[in-house]
Ligand binder design. Structure first.
Ligand SMILES: C[S@@+](CC[C@H](N)C(=O)[O-])C[C@H]1O[C@@H](n2cnc3c(N)ncnc32)[C@H](O)[C@@H]1O
Length: 273
């Protein structure tokens, strides 16, 4: 099974941290009922696979505190460092991040109330079924797997609109991921993945997270992917110059926003009778 290394480099600028924090706060505001239904409640033990810079990790840790625990699993050391900073800055006591991958977390099977896999599956190429099976194996009987992804092509511009060169960049970025073998529309198949793993689907929702365009236009996963796109021949220096100019115009446009739909499916492991 191939498992890809991240296409983005996760260099944590302040703007990028702000974007992750904003999306985590949006999740707290719009998903709190779903989190509670899945078992993210005081005292719960939670795994956050592909926890990135830890913005969602610390929000879940605030909820499970003081007796619960949230363990982030993250292969990128820069993201782990950023998460360590986030944990220290927010002073949450019951969160930590370990080195590992979605198919090899190193965590004990059958031990956790909830496993969160958020905006990670589209990075995994052909390893998606193995990753979902591994995540499900970590659950105690009755525990829940919480999958979130945004299928390519579903992100919408707000009324202020994005510059055409910025939109062209977005299309090239998606094509690059497709070419690398990523399943960029895996978010449309979360329910099937849950069923294939033998879990019982308990909820399915799509919730928009609205992000001001400048947080994505100046940084964000697309900009971070530029070196990999150049190295792979998926972009020329002239493309990058044109895209950057388009992003700069977008960032300078007042009121520009993107609606990023969070496709969410939660599955429960059969409880012991
Ligand atoms: C878009 S970020 C999402 C971070 C976080 N889950 C959130 O929603 O804020 C995707 C994360 O997946 C991580 N990732 C990439 N490949 C991975 C793999 N094979 N196993 C686990 N995590 C992986 C990346 O390093 C990155 O931190």
């Amino acid at each position: 099974m191939t498992q890809q290394t991240p296409a983005h480099t996760l260099i944590m600028s302040d703007l990028e941290r702000q974007r992750f924090r904003l999306m985590a706060q949006n999740a707290v505001a719009s998903e709190s009922q779903l989190w509670a239904t899945a078992g993210i409640v005081p005292g719960a033990r939670v795994v956050d696979i592909g926890s990135g810079p830890g913005a969602v990790l610390v929000e879940m840790a605030r909820i499970v505190a003081p007796d619960g625990e949230v363990i982030g699993v993250e292969p990128d050391h820069r993201a782990r460092n950023a998460a360590d900073d986030e944990i220290a800055a927010t002073r949450v006591a019951c969160a930590r991040v370990i080195d590992g991958t979605a198919t090899a977390t190193g965590l004990p099977a059958g031990d956790f109330d909830v496993v969160m896999v958020r905006h990670v599956l589209h990075h995994l190429g052909s390893a998606v079924p193995e990753a979902v099976a591994h995540a499900a194996s970590l659950l105690r009987p009755g525990g829940c797997l919480y999958l979130v992804d945004t299928p390519a092509g579903q992100i919408r511009e707000g009324a202020a609109g994005f510059d055409p060169d910025a939109i062209d960049f977005g299309e090239a970025y998606v094509a690059f991921h497709r070419q690398r073998g990523s399943d960029v529309t895996v978010g449309l198949r979360l329910g099937q993945l849950i069923a294939d793993t033998g879990l019982h689907r308990v909820l399915e929702e799509t919730i928009d997270s609205v992000v001001p365009g400048h947080l994505l236009a100046s940084h964000g996963p697309m900009v971070e992917a530029i070196p990999a796109m150049l190295a792979a021949g998926a972009a020329t220096a002239a493309d990058v110059a044109r895209w950057r100019a388009g992003l700069a115009r977008t960032a300078a446009t007042p009121g520009v926003t993107l609606s990023i739909p969070q496709f969410i499916v939660v599955g429960r492991r059969q409880p012991l009778i």
